[in-house]
Ligand binder design. Structure first.
Ligand SMILES: Nc1ncnc2c1ncn2[C@@H]1O[C@H](COP(=O)(O)OP(=O)(O)OP(=O)(O)O)[C@@H](O)[C@H]1O
Length: 276
């Protein structure tokens, strides 16, 4: 695979196998892709096609006792596959942030949003509490979150799902990770909040040059957000292309089928004019 300096992530010949009571099962195979700085790569495919297994491999979150991850996963030239848990903990949150479908699962209910932000920042930097708070407020303002002081004093249950997802994204962005993995970030939200969250992700990409791996079963979202798209089926990549090529001229029958059944979500894509 040709290596380019603007490439942030390289996944090379990734194979993931799991030991089950019935023997070894291959979950994903022959996965190859790379991501450029500041680009959004859409990862689509029906349920069970291997999207989450692939992203969990990048984050090294599989249970290694039962799982075998073969291949190479490099982030800015550093090999991640096989790294120890301590080293990966340093990378997760700082260099790679992860946004899940249900934001409530990302927060601890008994601590305020502010306490959790400061804890995340303190784990990865030597900033003092006051400086950490200043950083948080700066990020919240940049992503147009209303009334940061009040938000920081709130407990997760006091915020709506949409607001919590926006806070989660601000938290993901505050250490300027080179990669954000967003796994179905809008699936649990109503259409209004879906738009706000997608615009927010795009703003972070343009503001910080963050690359985003956007996992979705929703081709409407992917068509509006992604620069390039990978289509997965049964644990393999069946097609990968620039988003315009993929939508104008799909090659694989499975992609054509996905496109025929896609919902529509219209965003006016212009990173500098988005109002969040
Ligand atoms: N720990 C595991 N043990 C056994 N099988 C697993 C394990 N984790 C995932 N799988 C299987 O691997 C396949 C791919 O799962 P994965 O979660 O990556 O799909 P997905 O494309 O993300 O689907 P969805 O859109 O529903 O989240 C599925 O058949 C799933 O059941």
């Amino acid at each position: 695979m040709e290596i380019n300096n603007s490439d942030i992530l390289h996944v090379n010949d990734l194979h993931v196998k799991v030991r089950t009571a019935d023997g070894v099962v291959t979950l994903v195979q022959d996965i190859n892709f790379k991501m450029k700085r500041g680009h959004i790569l859409g990862l689509v495919g029906e349920s069970g096609s291997g999207k989450t297994v692939t992203s969990m491999s990048i984050l090294q979150l599989h249970d290694r006792k039962n799982m075998n991850i073969e291949g190479s996963i490099t982030l800015q030239g550093k090999e991640l596959n096989g790294l120890g848990n301590k080293e990966m903990q340093k990378i997760r949150g700082k260099d790679i942030a992860f946004i899940m479908q249900n934001p409530m699962n990302s927060f601890t209910p008994i601590f305020t949003i502010g306490q959790q932000f400061v804890e995340t920042i303190s784990t990865h930097t030597s900033l003092k509490k006051k400086q950490a708070k200043e950083l948080v407020i700066d990020v919240m303002k940049r992503v147009n979150l209303p009334d940061p002081d009040r938000l920081l004093k709130s407990y997760p249950f006091q915020l709506s799902g949409g607001m919590l997802q926006r806070v989660m994204i601000a938290m993901a962005a505050c250490l300027h990770p080179s990669l954000i993995i967003a796994d179905e970030p809008t699936t649990a939200l109503d259409p209004h909040n879906q738009l706000i969250v997608l615009r927010l992700l795009d703003k972070i990409r343009s503001e910080y040059g963050t690359s985003i791996l956007l996992i979705s079963h929703d081709l409407g979202v992917i068509s509006e957000m992604a620069d390039d798209v990978i289509v997965m089926k049964h644990g393999r990549i069946v097609e990968s292309a620039n988003v315009i090529e993929l939508f104008d001229n799909p090659q694989h029958e499975y992609t054509k089928k996905l496109l025929r059944t896609r919902p529509t979500l219209y965003l006016q894509k212009h990173p500098y004019t988005y109002m969040v």
